[in-house]
Design a protein around this ligand. Structure first.
Ligand SMILES: Nc1ncnc2c1ncn2[C@@H]1O[C@H](COP(=O)(O)OP(=O)(O)OP(=O)(O)O)[C@@H](O)[C@H]1O
Ligand SMILES: [Mg+2]
Length: 292
């Protein structure tokens, strides 16, 4: 529901609005909330214009006005969304975006979008610490409160990390959504027309499908990547084949905890097949197969 508001606001934005949003984003690296003079300095706009534009952006819900020992602004998550969308649209990656989500998780929202060429893609907006961020929006003064910055920073880190994993995995031939681009907290991948494994689509051969999932886990491991949060919720069945998605928390295979996470991933998958399909297997033997 809020994405509709983001898109409505986004359509109204002009060049000076983006200059101000950009300036506030940059200013937030140094300020709890960014004073008007600093926004003016960073945007290259006059202070009077900055005062007008920040007021507009505040009314659109893209900036949050903060009053403490001085008046200043921080980005809201909607403002951050607009900056990412603007960058992706200027790069020619995304032309139009849908307002109803393909999926929502604890820490992300996924939306459909079209490229200028008319190709359907998925935009994953990372929202790390979304609950604590909402709390900060209710707070009047922000002195001593850096949660808004860590929301921005951590969401961007999550997107960067997920894109990095997808690049490695896709070029190693692991079955994952094809990575297209990322900006700030947003990762763009191919759109996948499938059903999550937990929704139990009719599987022709359950044991063979389980083997195919674990084969991908093994390929990923050999490519240097362990998922770390694998379960029936993060496997999509696309035309009868498994696609492994949702990678921000991945660890490299060389990580001291990699084998621990790998075993847990494999265990989750086997548990699902046992519970849902009464498929019994030897966990240790399966893990050996995966590690190779
Ligand atoms: N490339 C894609 N194409 C189509 N739908 C997608 C795509 N990626 C994700 N989705 C949909 O969005 C949902 C959420 O995606 P994902 O699992 O990556 O994030 P998440 O569930 O928010 O993460 P978390 O598991 O941390 O809560 C998926 O269950 C799926 O329905
Ligand atoms: Mg998920």
């Amino acid at each position: 529901m809020t994405m509709r508001l983001v898109l409505e606001a986004f359509r109204k934005l002009r060049a000076e609005d983006f200059k101000v949003l950009n300036a506030v984003e940059r200013g937030m690296a140094r300020f709890m909330y960014v004073p008007l003079e600093e926004i003016a300095r960073l945007s290259g706009l006059g202070e009077e214009e900055v005062a007008l534009v920040t007021k507009r952006l505040n009314a659109l819900g893209l900036l949050q006005r903060c009053i403490g020992s001085y008046v200043g602004y921080i980005l809201t998550s909607r403002g951050y969304d607009c900056l990412a969308l603007n960058a992706l649209s200027k790069r020619g990656v995304v032309e139009r975006m849908g307002a109803s989500p393909l999926g929502r998780g604890k820490e992300s929202d996924v939306y459909p979008a079209l490229t200028p060429g008319g190709k359907l893609v998925a935009l994953k907006f990372h929202r790390v610490g979304r609950t604590s961020f909402r709390q900060t929006r209710r707070v009047r003064t922000y002195v001593g409160d850096r949660r808004h910055i860590s929301w921005l920073y951590q969401s961007r880190l999550a997107a960067k990390s997920e894109y990095e994993a997808l690049k490695i995995l896709f070029s190693a031939g692991v079955s994952v959504p094809k990575p297209i681009d990322w900006n700030r907290h947003v990762v763009v991948t191919d759109y996948l027309d499938g059903v999550e494994l937990f929704r139990t689509p009719p599987l022709d051969d359950v044991a063979a499908f389980k083997d195919r999932v674990l084969e991908e886990v093994g390929k990923a491991y050999r490519a240097g990547v362990v998922h770390g949060d694998l379960s029936e919720y993060n496997v999509l069945v696309v035309s009868g084949s498994p696609v492994l998605f949702d990678w921000p928390q991945w660890v490299p295979s060389s990580h001291p905890m990699a084998i621990y996470y790998l075993k847990r991933d494999v265990g989750n998958i086997l548990k699902f097949f046992r519970r849902k399909y009464n498929l019994k297997c030897d966990i240790e033997a399966e893990i050996k197969k995966v590690i190779g």
